[in-house]
Every structure is written in C-alpha cells, then in structure tokens.
Design a protein around this ligand. Sequence first.
Ligand code: BJ8
Length: 439
Amino acid sequence: MGVELHKDLLSSIGVDVERHAKMMGMGLAGYQTGFMSQPNRPKAMAYFDWFMSEIQAERIAEINALKAQKKPAVGTFCIFVPEEIVVGAGGACFGLCGGANPPIADAETELPRNICPLIKSAYGFKLQHTCAYTQSADFIYGETTCEAKKKTWELLGKHHPVHVMNIPHMKREKDLKMWQEEIKEFKEHIEEVTEKKLSLQEMLNGVKLINAKRDAMKRLDTLRGMHPDIMPISGKDALFISQMSFLDDPKRFTQKVNELCDELDERIKEKVSVFPENTPRIMVLGTPIAPPNWKLHTAVEGSGACIINEEGCIGHRYFKDNVDIEGVTDEDELYARLMKRYSKIDCACFTPNTGRTDKIVQMYKDRKADGVIYYTLSFCHTYNVESHLVTEALAKEGIPCLVIESDYSPEDAGQIKTRVEAFLESITFKQKAEAFANK
Ligand code: BJ8
C-alpha cells in the first residue's frame, strides 16, 4: 500500500506514522466494504478507487514535491478559500481531514465538547499528527464564518500557521467591498509564502483550471440527478468524487471526472441504471459531509433509495458558480470578479439567506426528486436554525422532508437507518396514493 512506500516522507513532515497507518487501515477497510462491493459500478470509478488507496501517500508526495519547488500548499475547511489564486501560483489547495470520529477525544482536551464534530475532528487530527494534508500545509486557511470556527483559529494558531480571512455575514455593498480587499490580502499572503510576485496571467490561468473543474462536476451532477428513470452512478460514489475534489490535483481530477461522465453518457443511452425503476430519489441538504463520514448515504442507499445530489459545500454549493473572467485586464477587476463569484455561496452563516431556500425548491422540481433529507452536524447552529425556514418552505410546496442531526460517532447509525426507512415508506405510500387518485 502507498502509505508504506512513503513512510519516510510522512515521518519527515511530522506525521505520527504508526497511528496514521492504523487510521488509514480503518478508512480503507470502510471504503472497500462500503464502496468497492457495490454492484454494477462504472468502470471509470477504478481511478477514484486508486486515488483512495493513495490519498495519504502518493498525493502527499505530489504536494510535497510542489513545496520543494517553493509552490504554496494551503489547507482549508471551507469553500470560501479563493483556490484559483493558490493554483495560479502553481501550488495545491486541499481540504484537511475532518470527517472522522477517533481524533475527537483528543480535541476535547482543548476544545469544548458542545461544538460541531467537523471542527473537533480536524483539530484532533492536528493534535494527533495523523492527517498528512494538515502536516503538509504551509498554512491553514481560516475564515470568520460560524462562531466555533472563528474562535478555533486562535487556538489552532498555537499548533500550525493560520491565515484568517474576514468573511462578512451580510452581503451589503460595504461588506462586499471589504471582502474584495480580503481576497487581495490573501493573494499577498501567498506571495509572502512563495517569496515571488504572482502575475495577473498566472491568476487567470488558475481561474481557468478551477472553472474547468467545476464544469466537470456540474456535468456529473446533471448526469447523476437529472434523469428520473436512470441513475447511472450511486449517490455514494458521486459523494466520494465530490469529497476527492478537495484533495486531488485539479487538472487530473477534471480529466478523470470527464472520462467518468463520458461513460455515464453511454450508460444513459443504453439505459444502464445502478438502481431499479421507481427507486425513490432523495436530495440531501445541509452541512458538509467530509470523508470518511458516509453514514447517511450508507443508510439511505442501504434502505432502497438513491441519493441524487448533495446541496452542501461538499457538493453543489462548491461547483455551482464559475468565475467570469471575460474582459478582465487588471488585478483589481479580477479580485472583484472573484468576490462576485464567492459571494454567491449561500452558506447559512449569512443573514438573510433566503436565496438558498428558493434554490432548494427549484432543484427539487428540476430533478423530479421524491424527498429531501436535511442533514446537519450536531451543534451547527447556523444550519440547524436555518432548517426551520427551509422545512417550512418545503412543507408549503408539499415536499416530503426528514431532518437528521448527527455527529461522527457510529452509535446512531441504527437509529438513522430506522428513521430513513420510515421516511421512505411514507414517500412510497404517498406515491401509491397519488397514482391511485390519478387513475
Ligand atoms: S461555506 S457551510 S464550508 S462555513 S464548521 S458552519 S458545520 S458549525 S463548515 Fe462551512 Fe464554509 Fe459555510 Fe460551507 Fe456548521 Fe461546523 Fe461551523 Fe461548518
């Protein structure tokens, strides 16, 4: 396995190699049983299976090879990071480990128990030195989104360099102006790390690369969710690809996603579906689902339904908008365009955030979905509170919705499955009743 081959590198960047190997062993075993055993998977998933085996090995070697050439390596927990700038500088921008339960106990030695598991998990990975991405990062990108994250940066800064970007909580003219300045400062920080000026052309090249990546993901999203009778790929596999979009080299990832999409195009033409006809089609909304948090998808697809999209940041919110660089001739204009694109992100940290609710209702109709699961991590106040407004709007439209609040512990897996099964039963009952009434 890759981790064995790169043991010396991992050790040189401060990874606790023994603990790391144990953790990776668990992750790979979970992937093998949960993903590789699915029947009728697209052949192009072979690349993503390979990537999983090298996730904390070969990819880490690639990132460290870039660092050796003085290219930046930026770790992040949020999709507000203007990754186009990092990629334009020839570097790597990647998501940090934050979806596993084991590091949480360590994190709770410094952080309060009652904050969201994503933050605690990521913090625990740093304390344990068991995430090779965190260990590889020149700095961790932090943002002022939710309260827990904002304050965590102050503590995390004791263990790793952190650069915090001030993301406003409203989108008024004055807030957006400040945001644009923050993007410029981020670029200057990248120049400090690389000790090299970053040109407009380099940044534009970065934008083109990331736009192409988002286009490929949009293509996959359409193929996966917009054909009511054919689901050519499982929701689990599609989620995994979204999760890997934060780790892989963007150019290679784009190419591999497009290759997969070519195969899915063929599958749709030949009516090859991985689920039988009339399988309930479920949309998932809410907080990010970081790897290896596959609990919800396992419960839903193990109960006879199919997940056709994730509205969250590991999913649609990440790739829905591109940066428009048409006619950009100077840096300030580019920062304005970046700000325009990033301010379209409808994170629940904003107030008001009504656009998100309208978008969800429209997505449901466009995708001809059968139901919605609103998934929030425990103690995520923004998404938890906002769920009330979203479910109210869904109820008005007669859209079936189940709200699930969970953490990373395996304890509630059985309970989630029971609730999902009951929800699916109610959807099927409704469908039958409607079909009967329309006879
Ligand atoms: S743009 S959703 S990635 S902030 S950490 S808010 S789960 S309590 S991750 Fe997020 Fe950026 Fe927004 Fe997306 Fe809640 Fe936890 Fe906070 Fe979280």
